[in-house]
Design a binder for this molecule. Structure first.
Ligand code: MF3
Ligand code: CO
Length: 285
């Protein structure tokens, strides 16, 4: 069942989203050669504790950590541990927080020190793919419009989009209906209605789309060992357009570069809106 969220419920999710944004910003700053993925987990847990919030991930089907850290060919769900980051790695950091029972979920991929031009492009394309997916999350559009926007862009840049894992509805649970594929056909799928809250999360591979799960039963890797990147935001679909609940602030859309996608998504998330019809004004920042 798909539940549409009220303004008050979305405000709670925005509180959770701000904490997620802080977890990501703080862990991102700690990414450097020599840091371990467990260091990042500890830092994220500290941000959560100070905010008085809980991790969406810790204990989820037995998941043992606060965040997921996925390095290089790891696509998603990497478990933090002793692994030391090395110059040239890329790392996906995925975080979720619960405030008063309401969830928010977001992810970024960041370079460790200097990385290859190819890795840089992968990160840039995946971030922009998310921005384009968000821009398509407009009331009256269909879920297929999101998937099509993401897939067309990613494939046009010469990369592939993962099919085995998808975005999701989010609210009282981290994973709710509907599924939100990062691939598909425009004009198909469920119609987007006011109050729909979804996590959009393109996973983009340099090589093929095949995936495999490691023996830890969590870490998802590319079958061919090629690099993979992941960006995610939790988004509320509102009359004035998609509102990015996990943005650092309403004016800055961390998930997007200066593409058309960001411009549209950013407009709904501005801090300088003054009219009462501004979507941002409905959810306290
Ligand atoms: N953002 C991830 C997702 O939507 C959540 C991590 S799954 C967990 O799949 F088990 F690690 F919590
Ligand atoms: Co998610």
């Amino acid at each position: 069942m798909v539940t549409l969220k009220t303004t008050e419920q979305i405000a709670k999710m925005r509180e959770a989203g701000k904490i997620v944004a802080a977890m990501l910003a703080t862990t991102r700053d700690a990414v450097k050669p020599g840091a371990t993925t467990a260091d990042l987990d500890r830092i994220a847990a500290g941000v959560l504790a100070r905010a008085g919030a809980k991790s969406s991930f810790l204990g989820y089907y037995g998941y043992p950590a606060t965040i997921c850290t996925s390095v290089n060919e790891q696509i998603v769900h990497g478990i933090p541990g002793k692994r030391k980051l090395r110059e040239g790695d890329i790392i996906g950091i995925d975080a979720g927080a619960i405030v008063d029972g309401w969830h928010a979920d977001a992810a970024i991929t960041v370079p460790v020190g200097r990385v290859s031009a190819h890795a840089e492009k992968l990160i840039r394309v995946t971030r922009e793919a998310l921005a384009r997916g968000i821009a398509a999350a407009r009331i009256g559009n269909r879920l297929g419009d999101i998937g099509a926007a993401v897939q067309q862009y990613v494939e046009g840049e010469g990369f592939s989009i993962v099919r085995n894992y998808v975005g999701h509805g989010i609210g009282r649970a981290m994973h709710e209906e509907p599924q939100v594929p990062n691939y598909g056909l425009a004009d198909l799928g469920r119609v987007i209605k006011e109050g729909l809250c979804i996590a959009i999360e393109p996973m983009v591979n340099v090589g093929g789309i095949a995936t495999r799960v490691l023996d830890d039963s969590w870490t998802v890797v590319t079958e061919d060992g090629s690099l993979s990147a992941h960006f995610e935001h939790t988004v509320a679909c509102l009359p004035d357009g998609p509102l990015v609940l996990t943005a650092v602030d309403w004016g800055s859309f961390e998930g997007g570069s200066a593409g058309a996608g960001e411009a549209r998504a950013g407009r709904t998330g501005r801090t300088n809106g003054t009219t009462s019809s501004d979507a941002a004004s409905k959810v306290p920042a």
